[in-house]
Ligand binder design. Structure first.
Ligand code: ATP
Ligand code: MG
Length: 440
């Protein structure tokens, strides 16, 4: 992608309703834009690109874990929620509306009913089980206090998954499998997180776990052990006191987390209320044992920034970064710098499949180009400046702002082999730093 063709309205102004770093930088880096109504955002091109990368990691790991992606209708007939009894229960967060024929509908805040409805129309026998179906779609919750940008929106992107089983034991096996899959997803996104025991209503036991991104700005209070991997939401560890000991003997600590995911052993709650059954091995109708598994995909963008930023801007992780490399042509009117930029850009992109941005803007000086690189938080910048004449360029790591110089033979830079070799050296270096994502 070329910066000269990009829509990236970066800004120095802190939006007045923003207090969290993630909210401030998502807006200042030109990634999202408030629509006006609270908790509603437009994703601008680079914000969308980041969202897609995060979405891809979630999808890739779920697909490998045997889950099947679907896409349910965003609008759900109210009759389904009347069947389950949730139309009464859910309260004001549920956005209800009527169509022209006065039929009642809702904008889905979650989709247990809709997915059970899909399965009850499609699955007949235990032979078709187990099944784990998911989608990554918009959800709408008319939150009482939407705040902190993407952290608590009213419209947000969520992965919601539902598994269907012939036995409680098989559902528990899948629950553990999903816990492992979620750990892989959050690790791959470069997050520092903890799995904590969560409130699971009537079910109890290992019924529910939350995935908490550790951050001082988190809205959840959690109790963690630094010796073993025990953790619990204070909602379940209600009698916890500072200084209490963990089962392993170490002292427990109170800290803050951002809820990024939630997995839940549902049992037969929805399959029974919606009368969703299959024929078991004995030929008898039986209600499905179910699990449900959520990830706040758009909230993850905020969580990643909360853990990865400094006073210059965002510092995206390997697989969430909008680009791996930003080639900054310091003076795009300089023929030599410009030519080298073009050659390297095409080489990285086409030969090495590096997701690269070429800052080829002729109307911006080097200073603002660097500032944009720092604010947006691309992991590396390759600066083609005055040194190009002498055969030297600089690679800057965003996180540490450390520079590494790469040299080439100026005499030969018009030869394909020379910039091929130069790009190759830089790619080897990036490879050695483990910053090239597996796929983009
Ligand atoms: P919270 O306790 O933060 O309100 P929740 O328990 O209501 O979340 P779930 O119903 O478990 O959330 O939804 C699954 C995931 O969706 C959550 O783990 C969270 O990451 C994300 N999520 C929930 N509400 C929002 C929201 N308003 N904006 C962005 N993401 C959200
Ligand atoms: Mg929850």
């Amino acid at each position: 992608m070329r910066f000269s063709r990009l829509l990236l309205p970066t800004s120095k102004e802190t939006p007045n309703d923003a207090t969290l770093a993630s909210h401030i930088y998502l807006i200042r880096a030109g990634l999202i834009q408030s629509v006006g109504g609270s908790g509603l955002y437009n994703f601008l091109p680079l914000g969308k690109k980041i969202l897609d990368k995060v979405r891809f990691v979630v999808k890739d790991e779920l697909d490998k874990a045997g889950c099947l992606e679907t896409s349910l209708s965003f609008v759900t007939p109210m009759s389904l929620w009347e069947e389950s009894g949730r139309s009464e229960e859910y309260g004001k967060e549920l956005l209800r509306f009527k169509d022209r024929k006065e039929n009642d509908y809702l904008l889905s805040p979650t989709n247990e009913e809709a997915m059970v409805n899909l399965v009850r129309q499609t699955v007949k026998s235990y032979k078709q089980l187990p099944l784990n179906l998911y989608q990554i779609n918009l959800k709408f919750r008319d939150e009482i206090r939407p705040r902190f940008g993407l952290m608590r929106g009213r419209e947000f992107l969520m992965k919601d998954g539902y598994s269907f089983h012939a036995s409680f034991e098989d559902m528990q096996r899948e629950f553990i499998h999903m816990e492992e899959t979620y750990k892989t997803i959050f690790t791959r996104l470069g997050l520092n997180f903890r799995v904590v025991e969560a409130d699971s209503g009537q079910i109890g036991g290992d019924g529910s776990k939350e995935f908490m991104i550790l951050a001082a700005s988190g809205e959840d209070d959690i109790v963690v052990c630094d010796k073993c991997d025990y953790g619990a939401n204070v909602e379940v560890a209600t009698d916890f006191k500072e200084g209490d000991l963990c089962k392993c003997g170490a002292v427990l600590r109170l800290t803050k987390g951002i809820e990024a995911g939630h997995i839940f052993q549902l049992g037969t709650k929805y399959s029974k209320s919606l009368n969703a059954t299959f024929l078991n091995e004995e030929g008898k109708a039986q209600a499905y044992e179910m699990g449900t598994y959520g990830i706040g995909v758009s909230r993850l963008l905020a969580g990643i920034i909360e853990q990865n930023h400094d006073d210059r801007g965002c510092v995206w992780t390997k697989e969430s970064a909008p680009f791996t490399l930003d080639i900054i042509v310091a003076n795009a009117k300089d023929g030599m710098q410009n030519n080298l930029g073009e050659q390297l850009y095409k080489n990285f992109r086409d030969k090495h499949h590096v997701d690269v941005l070429l800052d080829d803007r002729t109307k911006e000086r080097f200073g603002p180009k660097m500032k944009d690189f720092e604010l947006v938080g691309i992991p590396y910048a390759l600066v083609l400046g005055k040194g190009v004449k002498e055969g030297s360029i600089e690679l800057i790591e965003r996180k540490s702002m450390e520079k590494t110089v790469f040299n080439f033979n100026v005499e030969k830079i018009d030869n394909v082999e020379e910039y091929d070799a130069l790009a190759g050296k830089i790619v080897d270096y990036l490879e050695s730093k483990d910053v090239l994502p597996r796929v983009f």
